[in-house]
Design a protein around this ligand. Structure first.
Ligand code: AMO
Length: 446
């Protein structure tokens, strides 16, 4: 079985298997468009082509239909194929023989080739309602291929930089991020939670391996339906020890992103073209402003309403500062630092120069926050003080605090939302399209 078909096979007789994406009958024969792992392959039927069913009996071309699994043997010819969904766009196969391996049990398979509806919302609902099959359409395949490439590049870069991949529990006794958006669940009569992030565990991992990363689901009970929020998303988490300041963490993230951009550019040329996407630009010096400076810039440049004094970025500010950074500094990324302490999770280290602020940052990309991160507190006493100040009971976090009691290096880290970074890479407006099976307030199936 041929798995890496390419133009070096021109003139060869090959055997390829795939799903029938489409059948087009012409006066002289027709085309069977096969769907392979990266996209479509055109095969051409002529008057010598033969067709066989699962029992090996001869059948007619008209017996073929979409979503049949088939094996085709035939000769590889050079060709120019214009369909952007064609992964194999410089070759085609002249069919000798088609053998049906398996067929759908309905004659009305879900339409995923020509999804066209009146409005975007209806289209998305149809796609998500039938996601198990609509995922087979080349556009959705391409989005998730890019996503898979981002995750692989993330793991490869960090492994190369001396990080160890860890796997931490998602059933937890306390939420790490605070706030109301934590899912509660019954655990043999005891109330437990679904992890909002692996924050505690990745910090614990630093005490063990110095540098750790994790790729795993995170859960947020977001009650609002937005284009940026999922109730289950994949978190790309990083935590590193022995940092001198949060700049070390931001520099690592910039290097990581550079490597991801390079990898997507090399591996996903076909997908980027199909999705009409351009790779993001990450300059050597990524623009970086304090939160208070962002409010000032946007107000002074008349780019947004007056948000000065607010303790977070408004969505309109995220969009506006990214547009500003792209136009003025040619960057698709912006670091925003020094968020107010009361707005950040308790583990964030307060700025010794101004304890009302934290040594923390967000990274925005093309108008959306894709990362939060920063330096963490590493002394038990500081944790206890801050928790008490916030009305938290340190006893509920005993195992976590015990980590610091037993000694921890200065450390920091960050997390990237995989769906968000994928959507930003591809200029996709709704992050749900970058999730294989999105979970939102109205959807837990398929
Ligand atoms: P934070 O809560 O900001 O930080 O989350 C980090 C990143 O995760 C993504 N994200 C989401 N993506 C989709 N749907 C959601 N509901 C959602 N919530 C978050 C975003 C966000 O930037 N522990 C810290 C990270 C750290 O400091 O290391 C944390 O979880 O891309």
């Amino acid at each position: 079985m041929l798995t890496n078909l390419n133009n070096a096979h021109t003139g060869d007789l090959v055997e390829v298997s795939g799903m029938i994406h489409n059948v087009r009958v012409t006066k002289w024969g027709g085309f069977i468009i096969l769907r392979k792992s990266r996209g479509l392959l055109q095969t051409v039927v002529g008057d010598q082509s033969q067709f066989f069913n699962e029992q090996g009996e001869p059948v007619a071309m008209s017996d073929l239909c979409r979503e049949m699994a088939v094996t085709i043997t035939g000769k590889v010819n050079e060709a120019t194929i214009k369909d952007p969904a064609a992964f194999y766009n410089t070759l085609e196969i002249a069919v000798d023989k088609v053998t049906i391996l398996s067929r759908p049990s309905t004659t009305e398979v879900v339409d995923m080739n020509s999804l066209k509806f009146g409005d975007e919302e209806t289209l998305l609902r149809y796609k998500f309602d039938n996601r198990q099959v609509t995922l087979r359409n080349p556009r959705d395949m391409a989005i998730l291929k890019v996503q898979s490439t981002i995750a692989k590049a993330f793991a490869d870069y960090l492994t190369e930089e001396g990080f160890t991949q860890i796997f931490t529990p998602k059933i937890v006794s306390e939420g790490a991020e605070g706030g109301a958006n934590v899912f509660k669940m019954d655990y043999f009569g005891k109330q437990v939670y679904l992890a909002q992030s692996p924050q505690f565990y990745k910090q614990i991992g630093v005490g063990v391996y110095e540098r750790v990363f994790e790729i795993a689901p995170a859960y947020r009970a977001e009650k609002h339906a937005t284009s940026r929020h999922l109730n289950e998303y994949i978190s790309l988490d990083v935590e590193m020890g022995f940092i001198k300041g949060q700049e070390d963490v931001m520099n690592l993230e910039a290097g990581l992103l550079r490597s991801i951009i390079e990898r997507v550019g090399t591996v996903c040329d076909h997908e980027l073209k199909l999705l009409n996407a351009t790779l993001p630009v990450l300059p050597a010096n990524v623009p970086m402003w304090k939160l208070s400076e962002v409010h000032e810039i946007l107000f002074n440049e008349h780019l947004t309403e007056d948000h000065r004094g607010e303790d977070d970025l408004a969505p309109e500010e995220e969009r506006a500062i990214c547009k500003y950074a792209a136009e003025k500094f040619g960057s698709d990324f912006v670091f925003v630092t020094h968020f107010p302490s009361q707005h950040r999770a308790f583990y964030a280290m307060d700025d010794p120069k101004d304890p009302s602020l934290t040594l923390s940052f967000d990274l925005l990309m093309r108008g959306l926050e894709i990362t939060s991160g920063g330096q963490r507190i590493h002394r038990e006493e500081e944790y206890r003080e801050k928790m008490t100040r916030r009305g938290m009971n340190p006893d509920n976090f005993r195992f976590y605090l015990d980590t610091f009691k037993n000694g921890m290096p200065p450390h920091g880290g960050f997390a990237i939302g995989l769906e968000r970074i994928t959507a930003c890479f591809l200029n996709i407006a709704n992050v749900k399209e970058a999730s294989m099976f999105p979970r939102d307030i109205n959807r837990v199936a398929p």
